[in-house]
Design a protein around this ligand. Structure first.
Ligand code: ATP
Ligand code: MG
Length: 400
């Protein structure tokens, strides 16, 4: 039996005139993601995508990869029939059921779909004939039209397809169909999840990480690279911008009130992120902030950090409880790396009693004490190291 995959995509199917843009992006993503698994032909046909293997492949491995592609709603391993006369369809359906379910008894229903209206039988007739044949060949099966254990699908298109298993995909939209955003990626639990969520809406991701060497170790930086790798399994290549941040952090520490350290530091991070975003054609920023999670994420603190930015700042986790974020990070596979003990921020830069309700005016005044802030920001940006992360491939370049 010739095997293939039929893919269902939800949201993108209803995109009207732009539909082909979304479909083409999805095809590109799938081709790229399946490269390590073998050779495949990926093509679209009337609201479905088909993947035909041209070489040996491992079915489970292919399914695992497809489960990481945004835009796919359902993954169906199918058998393909070049010949579509009723006898072939019936016999193939029987062979399929025998192989997929062995001799186990179950209740079933046949669902047929005739996309090619020239086919002599209509959907009802196809379903009825196939159902009757299955009952005749497998007397241990029973029909249940309301709540069957198994639905056997028969689709008649340019070829015939039989399947019964629909493996849930991630949904969302293919990456690259909705612009690009700059993810502020720390080594924590939240920011990788935030980036993943926005990417799921079709947004391409660049990332930025502030590194305070030697206060933050090389292992902390490596952890961020590893997290970027994990996220890039879903998003494709991520350009990670590593910003040397020590000088700025020391200046803030020496020149500003300690209870305002974190807020001022976050404001400088946001300013740098915005500039690097614009230089790299990113239309928005993404952070892992969530209301009230820590002192620097109260509403007042968010107001204070947000006010330095003019481009939109996406905070997809803003209303999530920590437990729910943890759950999601486990699902996407970043949790184990996120909890490794290399802190992204040295304790000397964290005040014992940070302000929880900063006043924007007061913060702005304190910030004025920073000497040559603009120059320091420009310096930091000019020394950014760009690391290109894609799956396991990594390249590092100093852009400036
Ligand atoms: P996370 O788990 O993502 O580290 P957090 O709960 O530790 O978040 P904060 O340290 O207050 O929260 O940071 C809030 C957000 O600011 C992070 O989610 C991230 O988007 C950004 N951020 C913090 N530190 C850095 C850093 N060193 N480099 C880049 N972005 C950072
Ligand atoms: Mg953090």
């Amino acid at each position: 039996m010739k095997k293939a995959f039929l893919l269902k995509y939800g949201e993108i199917a209803i995109k009207g005139k732009n539909r082909h843009v979304f479909e083409d992006a999805l095809v590109r993503q799938i081709r790229y993601r399946l490269k390590p698994c073998g050779e495949f032909k990926v093509r679209k046909e009337q609201g479905r995508l088909f993947i035909n293997p041209l070489s040996d492949y491992d079915q489970d491995e292919v399914i695992e990869k497809l489960k990481q592609v945004f835009g796919i709603v359902g993954i169906c391993p199918v058998i393909v029939l070049d010949d579509m006369d009723m006898e072939t369809i019936k016999e193939s359906a029987y062979q399929y059921v025998k192989e997929a379910y062995e001799d186990k008894p179950f209740t079933f229903k046949v669902e047929a779909k005739r996309a090619d209206k020239r086919y002599p039988l209509n959907s009802m007739e196809i379903a009825r004939e196939v159902g009757a044949y299955l009952l005749e060949k497998c007397p241990y099966l029973k029909v249940d039209v309301h709540r069957p254990d198994v639905k056997v699908w028969v689709e008649i298109r340019s070829k015939g397809y039989i399947y019964s298993k629909i493996i849930k995909g991630l949904g969302g939209m293919p990456v690259g169909t909705n612009g690009k955003a700059m993810l502020m990626l720390s080594g924590g639990i939240d920011s990788p999840v935030a980036g993943w969520m926005v990417a799921k809406r079709g947004v391409g991701i660049d990332a930025i990480y502030y590194h305070s060497h030697p206060y933050t170790s090389d292992r902390a930086k490596q952890k961020v690279i590893d997290l970027a790798k994990l996220v890039s399994r879903y998003t494709g290549r991520i350009k990670l911008h590593v910003v040397p941040f020590t000088e700025i952090q020391l200046a803030i520490y020496e020149q500003c009130p300690h209870e305002e350290l974190t807020i001022i530091m976050r404001r400088v991070m946001m300013r740098i992120a915005e500039r690097v975003a614009i230089q790299n054609q990113c239309q928005a920023l993404i952070t892992g902030e969530s209301i009230g999670q820590v002192a620097s994420q109260t509403i007042q603190s968010l107001v204070a950090t947000n006010s330095v930015c003019t481009i939109p700042v996406f905070r997809p986790l803003v209303a999530f409880d920590k437990q729910d974020i943890i759950h999601l990070s486990e699902q996407i596979g970043t949790y184990e790396t996120s909890i490794l003990p290399y802190e992204d921020c040295c304790t000397i830069f964290v005040a014992k009693h940070p302000v929880t309700k900063p006043s924007l005016k007061v913060i702005e005044q304190s910030e004025k004490r920073l000497e040559n802030l603009e120059m320091k920001i420009e310096d930091a940006i000019s020394q950014i190291e760009v690391i290109s992360v894609r799956g396991d491939e990594i390249e590092s370049t100093n852009v400036n």
